[in-house]
Design a protein around this ligand. Structure first.
Ligand SMILES: NC(=O)c1ccc[n+]([C@@H]2O[C@H](COP(=O)([O-])OP(=O)(O)OC[C@H]3O[C@@H](n4cnc5c(N)ncnc54)[C@H](O)[C@@H]3O)[C@@H](O)[C@H]2O)c1
Length: 262
C-alpha cells in the first residue's frame, strides 16, 4: 500500500475462514490490498500458510476445522495472542454436494450442516464474543448462497444449511447491533471455483446458462469486491442484509430471446 493511498480497511485485523483457495482466498487478497492484516484459517492448514505467505509478512495462516468447537477456540486464541483483537470476520468456509433429497443420508446431512451452519455459528459466536470483550465493535460477513433462497436440484442439505445461515445472520444483526457489530450476508450465485467444479455437472451448467441474466458465472474477485464494501465504513448503516452477487439470477423471471409476434 503506497503511503499516499489509504486502504479502506487500513490496520484492521481480518479473519477469513476457508481462505486457502476459491472465494475465501480472493477475499483475503482484497482485504490485504485494502490494508488489513489478514489471518487465513482453513482445514487445509498448509494451504492457509501458503496463501498467507503470498500476502506478505503481516498475514498469518492457521489450520482450523470450523465444525469442531475446540479447534475454533484454539484458532481464536492464536489470533488474540498475535493481534489482541479481531475487527473483521469473513465467515466463508463451506462444503457442498449435489445429492437428491431421496438419496441424502443422515451422514451427508450432518456433514454439510455441521460445516456450513454449525461451523459458521461457532466461528461467528467466538469472534463476536471477542469483539464484545474489546468493546470496539466489528464487521461480520457470512457467506450464504442463492441455493439457500430458492429450491434447486440436489441442494437439500446444502440449501437448508445456507437458509439457516441467512436467518442466523438476521438474529445476530438484531442482538449484536448494541455492541457496534455490523452483520451481513453475501449470497453468491454461481461462482467459478473448486466447489462449483464438484457440484455443477454439465446439466447444471447448461441450466445456469439459461437462467442467469448476465449469462456467465461470477468470479471470486466479484465476491471479494462486495466483501470489501460490506466491511468498509461506507456500509456502516447496512445491517442484517443479504447482498446477492449473482448476475441477476435471484431476480430473474421469464427470460427468452425476442421473436416475431405469434
Ligand atoms: N462457488 C460457488 O458457486 C458458491 C456459491 C454460493 C456459495 N458459495 C459458498 O462460498 C464459500 C466458499 O466456497 P468456494 O466456492 O470458494 O469453495 P472452495 O471449495 O473452493 O473453498 C472452500 C474452502 O473451505 C475450506 N473448508 C472446507 N471445510 C472446512 C472446515 N471444516 N473448516 C475450515 N475450512 C474448511 C476448504 O479447505 C477450502 O479451502 C462456501 O461457503 C460456499 O458454500 C460458493
Amino acid at each position: 500500500m503506497s503511503e499516499d493511498r489509504m486502504g479502506r480497511l487500513d490496520g484492521k485485523i481480518a479473519l477469513v475462514t476457508g481462505g486457502a483457495r476459491g472465494i475465501g482466498q480472493a477475499v483475503a487478497r482484497a482485504y490485504a490490498r485494502e490494508g488489513a492484516k489478514v489471518v487465513i484459517a482453513d482445514l487445509n492448514g498448509e494451504g492457509a500458510r501458503v496463501a498467507a505467505a503470498e500476502l506478505g509478512a503481516e498475514a498469518m495462516g492457521l489450520a482450523v476445522d470450523v465444525a469442531q468447537s475446540g479447534s475454533v477456540a484454539a484458532m481464536i486464541a492464536a489470533i488474540i495472542e498475535a493481534h489482541g483483537r479481531i475487527d473483521i470476520l469473513m465467515n466463508n468456509a463451506g462444503i457442498g454436494a449435489n445429492t437428491p433429497f431421496l438419496e441424502t443420508t443422515l451422514e451427508d446431512w450432518n456433514r454439510i450442516v455441521g460445516v456450513n451452519l454449525t461451523g459458521a455459528f461457532l466461528v461467528a459466536q467466538g469472534v463476536a464474543r471477542e469483539m464484545v470483550r474489546t468493546g470496539e465493535g466489528g464487521k461480520i460477513v457470512n457467506i450464504a448462497s442463492l441455493s439457500g433462497q430458492r429450491g434447486a436440484n440436489g441442494r437439500a442439505a446444502y440449501g437448508a444449511s445456507k437458509a439457516g445461515l441467512e436467518l442466523l445472520t438476521k438474529v445476530m444483526a438484531v442482538e449484536l447491533a448494541e455492541h457496534g457489530i455490523n452483520v451481513n450476508n453475501i449470497a453468491p450465485g454461481a461462482i467459478e471455483t473448486d466447489i462449483a467444479r464438484i457440484m455443477h455437472d454439465r446439466a447444471t451448467r447448461a441450466a445456469y446458462g439459461r437462467l442467469i441474466p448476465m449469462v456467465r458465472y461470477g468470479t471470486p474477485e466479484e465476491i471479494a469486491d462486495a466483501a470489501v464494501f460490506l466491511c468498509s465504513d461506507e456500509a456502516r448503516y447496512i445491517h442484517g442484509h443479504t447482498l446477492n452477487v449473482d448476475g441477476g439470477f435471484r431476480e430473474a423471471g421469464l427470460m427468452f430471446t425476442r421473436d416475431a409476434p405469434a
